[in-house]
Design a protein around this ligand. Structure first.
Ligand SMILES: [Zn+2]
Length: 124
């Protein structure tokens, strides 16, 4: 059984979400603050808060930060041979910065993904 609705472009929706833009129109913003999803798009009135991302952005961010930090830690230690506490300091700061940047990007892309597959929260 096929739906009569036009198929949504998954890549375009995730790209728009990644940039913090509405997956439907690409003009309105997804977030009101750092991670709070707007109730509705200010441009096309799409109900963005109906797409609940839950823990997926956090899980993906943890995976991405881990994958990115392991080679950085390895190369950083092998090439520069810093004192362990100095290396710990750099890695700690880098971990926090990467997490804060990636979490917002991943959450936006996740909202775009959920919009593209029309996976709304049934309670919303
Ligand atoms: Zn919109």
């Amino acid at each position: 059984m096929e739906s009569d609705e036009p198929k949504k472009d998954l890549k375009k929706a995730m790209g728009r979400g990644l940039l913090g833009r509405c997956p439907n129109c690409g003009r309105g913003k997804v977030f009101t603050g750092y991670l709070t999803v707007r109730d509705r798009c200010g441009d096309c009135d799409e109900p963005l808060s109906a797409y609940k991302t839950a823990d997926l952005p956090a899980v993906f961010t943890i995976l991405l930060v881990g994958v990115l930090l392991v080679p950085i830690l390895w190369v950083g230690f092998a090439v520069f041979r810093p004192e362990p506490l100095v290396l710990f300091g750099y890695i700690s700061v880098l971990t926090v910065l990467l997490t804060l940047v990636l979490l917002r990007l991943v959450k936006g892309a996740n909202v775009g993904y959920l919009w593209a597959i029309d996976e709304r929260d049934p309670g919303a």
